[in-house]
Write a protein that binds this ligand. Structure first.
Ligand SMILES: Nc1ncnc2c1ncn2[C@@H]1O[C@H](COP(=O)(O)OP(=O)(O)O)[C@@H](O)[C@H]1O
Ligand SMILES: [Mg+2]
Length: 283
């Protein structure tokens, strides 16, 4: 049996690099022969279009997966990247936050749906919307680990208290196995002193959870979605792409895929940190 790990890319702030990180890490893992499913849980559908999949052409989307209870294998579509499939999303999903309220076991809809897909993939990624509503709660309930992308800016840690509060609530009430998998620093501008300060601050707070590779601000990464390609495919030689490949290597080291027949005991133990809630930190 495979032990597929499920990761949510989560931060209620928009524009911090959730989608860019989810797409590029998923692609990097797929290039290294891992089977990946990316679930677009954002009604904006940026990871859908960013992988060159039509938002309007999709017959079924994440909406049907969680609201209509369709099978993951009937909703997932191929991308141009070998080994990478996506469950697309579009604006239809924006109603789900409200519609889910009146549905039975509303926090577990995604978790139940994905459990049927686990055997088919090495890793499942969920690209979360920029909010902490029911969709994100569904993602956290369905996940083994969360990855928190943080933009290297003055307010990087602002709002984190809220995110960690929801994380802790979900862990206590809905999904005791949930852990923080990593914190990924994005859009760093190494010309400014502030960037170094923010990196240090985040490392002090999250310690070994922070990925060593820090993603630089890169025009090539920001151009890639308009070509329906992940940055690491659009321009593999760019600094940003190389840096995402470094994160992929770190990721595999932290979370080795356990393939058929391999015992779970052979996995590396996970580091854990105590998360302090309520201590809103700003650099
Ligand atoms: N390292 C980067 N350098 C430059 N632009 C980036 C970088 N990462 C992301 N972007 C751009 O910033 C915007 C927000 O990123 P995105 O990944 O969509 O964030 P989120 O999913 O958190 O809202 C997008 O236009 C994206 O192309
Ligand atoms: Mg996004």
């Amino acid at each position: 049996m495979k032990h597929t790990k499920i990761f949510s890319f989560c931060n209620q702030k928009g524009g911090v690099g959730k989608t860019t990180s989810a797409i590029n890490l998923a692609t990097g893992l797929a290039q290294r022969d891992h089977k990946i499913l990316l679930i677009d849980l954002d009604p904006q559908g940026n990871s859908t279009s960013g992988l060159g999949v039509s938002k309007t052409g999709a017959l079924s989307t994440t909406y049907q997966l969680i609201v209509d209870n369709l099978n993951p294998q009937d909703v997932a579509v191929e991308t141009k990247i070998k080994n990478l499939r996506i469950i697309p999303s579009n604006s239809e999903l924006s109603g789900a936050d409200i519609e889910l309220i009146s549905i039975d076991e509303r926090e577990f809809r995604l978790s139940k749906a994905i459990s049927r897909a686990r055997v088919d993939y090495d890793y499942i990624f969920i690209d979360c919307p920029p909010s902490l509503g029911l969709l994100t709660v569904n993602a956290l309930t369905a996940s083994d680990l969360i990855i928190i992308p943080l933009q290297c800016e003055y307010y990087a840690l602002e709002g984190l208290g809220q995110l960690l509060q929801v994380f802790t609530l979900v862990k206590e009430k809905l999904n005791p196995a949930l852990e923080i998998g990593g914190v990924l620093l994005t859009m760093a501008d190494f010309r400014t002193k502030l960037t170094e300060q923010v990196i240090q601050e985040v490392q002090t707070y999250f310690k070994e959870k922070v990925f060593k590779a820090v993603i630089p601000r890169s025009v090539r990464l920001s151009e890639a979605p308009s070509f329906g390609q992940p940055g690491i495919v659009y321009d593999p030689a760019s600094k940003g792409s190389k840096c995402y490949q470094e994160v992929v290597s770190e990721f595999i080291e932290r979370f080795p895929a356990v393939s058929h027949g391999e015992s779970l005991d052979q996995q590396k133990p996970r580091d854990s940190i105590e998360v302090q809630i309520g201590e809103e930190k700003t650099p």
